[in-house]
Design a protein around this ligand. Sequence first.
Ligand SMILES: [Mg+2]
Length: 171
Amino acid sequence: MTNDYTFIDFDGVVLDSEERMLERKYALGFQNHQNESEFDKYFEYTNLHPEEWDYIIKEAKVINDSVEIIKELEILKRKIAILTKIHTFQEMKMKIEILREKLKILCPVIFVPPGIEKHQVIIPNHQLLIDDSRKNVEKWIENGGRGLIFDKSIENNTNEKVKSLNFLIKR
Ligand SMILES: [Mg+2]
C-alpha cells in the first residue's frame, strides 16, 4: 500500500459514547435528535456540567473489540488515525485523556470542530474512513475518499458496511 491513512471515527466506533450522549440529551428533555439546535443547547449544558462527559466518555464501553484491534494495528505499524468530531473543549480534553491514559492508544488523533465536516479537515484523496454516520461516509466519498459505514449490529460485513475493525488486520 501507499502512504494513505485509514481514518477511524471515535464515537460509535471505538466507544459507545454516541448512544450514551443521545441518552443523556434525551433524559434532559432534548428529545428531538433531528433538531440541530437541541444539540447546541445540550452541548451548552455540558459546558456548565462537565460531568456529563464522565458518563458519555469515561464510562463508555468498547464496541466489538475496537481498542484491541487498534492496538494490534499499531503493532503492525499500519497508518491509522482517529478522526473525531468534538463539540466542546471539555469533550476534546476527555477524549485525549481516555485514549492515551486509559485505553493506551497512541495513534494520531485529529479533531473536527463544530460547523466543520471531516472531509474539510482531512482531504480524503482516496483514503479510507470508517464511521458509524452514513452522512459522514457519504460526504467523505463525494469528496474523493473511500468509506465504510460501521454498524456494530449487522451479521456480516458487506461492500458498504463493516461490523468490526477486524478486517483492517487481515488486509
Ligand atoms: Mg460516530
